[in-house]
Design a protein around this ligand. Structure first.
Ligand SMILES: Nc1nc2c(c(=O)[nH]1)N[C@H]1C(S)=C(S)[C@@H](COP(=O)(O)O)O[C@H]1N2
Ligand SMILES: [Mo]
Length: 320
């Protein structure tokens, strides 16, 4: 059992959203003017970008099927306000995250597949086709942003993996290295970070494996070199810095689900009408403006994904 103390996910709504509200217009302008917020960590990241072996893939061609109805969140804001508990349970982890070594980066594919295998990230990315998509992102803490992600459909990785018919779920795991990611020394968390989806969700067109953002290889704080984007679900489902994909018969237990399952369930589909036990999900604070806007069912992606949940409504807590 872990010791009872004040933790990030236990903050009341006003505290959970205060940092988003705190990014006021003046800071937005300061951030836009010269990328000053990036600091030393950002400069180091820039130097590494120059030698990134995937740099030739960016900017990737935009897939116009995926559009947003509000402006893209400025990179300087989005890349300095991150949830990445491996580097700390607050939002200002971008400098610490630069300690993550993302080369070489091996990805393990195992479980119920024809042949388990390990592949270098740089080989994996050459087996797929990278495109750009504009996606909304809605954190369970009631803030949101819009991002130009680059990457490839998760279903393309599923196809490479060749799952057996008994595989019903895909379980994903983040790296585990407490020497580099000091948040992982906090032993009351069930490291490594784990997330999971059904095979139907994994092969839905919207499920996107992210390798870049803003026309460049992914910043470390975004979960380089490989993270997920599931824009119809709360942000914690979009696992960062993935090292392992396992196909399973049993439903995997997610990191947050293990910590507090009545607040952060397996399904976690966005729904403005289903409150978090400690705050309303009806509205969201736009990261860059502090504006509060209505939250949409499935974060506005119902036409793509609503059918995945037909017949499950009364059986499963789909929105928690
Ligand atoms: N491994 C890992 N993945 C993670 C998290 C995390 O702490 N660790 N945080 C999640 C949460 S709560 C959100 S909102 C998004 C944040 O992504 P961003 O920092 O790129 O905005 O990442 C998700 N993926
Ligand atoms: Mo989140």
């Amino acid at each position: 059992m872990f010791v009872k103390r004040q933790r990030g996910w236990e903050l009341p709504e006003h505290a959970a959203t205060s940092e988003a509200a705190f990014l006021n217009r003046r800071q937005l302008l300061a951030a836009a003017g010269g990328g000053l917020l990036l600091g030393a960590g950002g400069l180091r990241a820039k130097a590494e970008e120059a030698v990134d072996p995937t740099a030739d893939l960016y900017p990737a061609k935009r897939n116009e099927l995926y559009t947003i109805e509000r402006p893209v969140t400025p990179e300087a804001i989005n890349s300095t306000y991150n949830n990445f508990y491996e580097f700390g349970s607050h939002k200002r982890i971008y400098q610490r995250a630069q300690a993550l070594n993302i080369r070489p980066w091996e990805v393990r594919i195992d479980g119920e597949v024809e042949n388990p295998f390990t592949i270098e990230f740089d080989d994996l990315i050459r087996k797929v086709s990278v495109e750009e998509r504009l996606y909304r992102h809605r954190c369970v803490e009631a803030w949101s942003m819009t991002v130009p992600w680059s990457g490839f459909p998760l279903k393309d990785l599923v196809a490479l993996a060749k799952p057996l018919s008994k595989a019903k779920y895909l379980r994903m795991e983040t790296f585990h290295n407490p020497d580099v990611a000091t948040g992982q020394k906090q032993s009351w968390y069930p490291w490594p970070y784990v997330e999971g989806v059904t095979i139907e969700e994994a092969t839905n067109d919207l499920a996107f494996l992210v390798t870049g953002a803003y026309g460049k290889p992914l910043h470390k704080q975004f979960g380089a070199p490989l993270r997920l984007a599931l824009p119809w679900k709360y942000g914690f489902k979009s696992i960062k810095s993935i090292v392992r994909f396992s196909f399973t018969e049993e439903r995997p237990v997610s990191f947050w689900e293990q910590i507090q399952k009545n607040e952060y369930g397996f399904w976690a589909n966005v729904n403005p009408e289903v409150s978090h036990p400690r705050w309303s999900q009806a509205r969201e604070t736009v990261l860059e403006s502090g504006e509060k806007i209505p939250t949409q069912l499935f974060n506005g992606y119902g036409e793509y994904v609503a059918h995945l949940y037909d017949g499950l409504e009364d059986k499963e807590p789909l929105y928690m």
